[in-house]
Design a protein around this ligand. Structure first.
Ligand code: MRU
Length: 351
């Protein structure tokens, strides 16, 4: 099962809104199809959104080629990128991928529009292939770091940071799968992740398919599970990481970090370098997506509250860097992240 596939100029996205009950692909032939798929969460998870958006730019470039307007090619493409960038605000990988694509278009700006489209397609494919390699590298670093002990681990994760959220083996679930491959996983507790149940629908499904022992819990069972089941570590992904290591991830992660602190359980973030946004110094500057209130008042069309019940529905929260034991990247580990540790890591790797 592939999360996304580019075939003969068409993007196919595994529709995550209907998983795990139905496995069906959404066909995207225009950049607007990709925009829609990102905003309704048919494709989701920071890295997967970035890869999908890169292909969206190829589709957008092709539409300009087929129907040129008054604007220069690159200017028209910038407008499409700006529109795609608005599909979801928190995951910075979307913005990162669009910047990569625009840089490619500008670099080849002097060439014919059809050549620019060709270069953009190559660039999108490269972003896609890189994500696969990045995930594998992260899985190795993370498993080395977390699996240092001599007994199998009890782990807890939140939301979905697996193959479905990336083009490869996943971020947090990539690490967990690698630990499992090494015989170091006793049990993974997966938070169901209200309101859209990425943990129940996607993470539990993925881990079961991979033969990784998993137990599903509701979000409000996390603290008790950590205490009663002896959780050794929490591993989650990220949607944006500020220069000081503050990390935005699915709503509920901040709460987990507080519980983890109280129970002295380490919290690890697994995220590619494209998830860092070092233009912002701290987490308070991360834009937090607020989604439709009906996501909280209902589930799959069935009302769970009165239709006029007031709702607050932030899709993400920010975990302060003090609550994070380490950030796992494709280039290595940033332990006890803060501004200095992040800067030192980027300097060391000449990033
Ligand atoms: O709203 P979603 O489902 O796109 O949120 C996804 C998450 O928060 C993931 O944990 C995050 O993107 C890391 S995925 C590798």
């Amino acid at each position: 099962m592939e999360t996304l596939r580019w075939e003969k100029g068409t993007l196919y996205l595994l529709d995550q809104t209907v998983l795990p009950f139905t496995e069906t692909y959404r066909t995207c032939t225009t950049w607007q199809d990709v925009h829609k798929a990102i905003s309704v969460l048919a494709v989701r998870g920071a890295p997967a959104i970035g890869v999908a958006a890169a292909y969206g730019v190829v589709l957008g470039a092709r539409s300009i080629l087929e129907k040129p307007g008054d604007q220069p090619f690159v200017t028209a493409l910038q407008d499409i990128c700006t529109a795609l960038d608005g599909a979801r605000p928190t995951a910075v990988n979307l913005h990162w991928a669009l910047e990569q694509m625009m840089a490619c278009a500008k670099h080849h700006g002097g060439e014919s529009p059809s050549d620019i489209v060709r270069f953009l397609e190559e660039k999108a494919k490269a972003i896609h292939a890189d994500d696969v390699a990045i995930n594998t590298a992260m899985a190795g670093w993370g498993a080395d770091e977390i699996g240092k002990g001599d007994r199998p681990l009890t782990l807890l994760t939140h939301c979905n940071a697996g193959a479905l959220a990336t083009a490869g083996v996943g971020t947090a679930l990539g690490v967990i799968s690698e630990l499992h491959r090494r015989g170091q996983v006793q049990m993974v507790y997966a938070d169901e992740t209200r309101p859209l149940l990425q943990g129940a629908r996607l993470t539990a499904f993925e881990l079961m398919a991979g033969g990784v022992p998993v137990t599903l819990i509701t979000d409000n069972m996390a603290a008790w599970t950590m205490k009663e089941k002896g959780v050794d570590a929490i591993i989650v992904g990220a949607d944006r990481i500020a220069a000081n290591g503050d990390t935005a991830n699915k709503i509920g992660t901040y709460g987990l970090s507080l519980m983890a602190k109280a129970l002295d359980i380490p919290l690890y973030i697994a995220a590619p370098l494209s998830t860092f946004d070092r233009s912002i110094s701290g987490g308070s500057q991360i834009p937090i997506e607020e989604r439709n209130h009906d996501e909280v008042r209902s589930f799959r069309g069935a009302a769970t509250a009165l239709s006029d019940t007031p709702v607050f529905n932030p899709a993400f929260d920010v975990t302060p860097h003090e609550n994070i034991r380490a950030i796992i990247t494709e280039k290595g580990i940033i332990s006890h992240p803060d501004t200095e540790a992040v800067q030192t890591f980027f300097d060391k790797h000449s990033l």
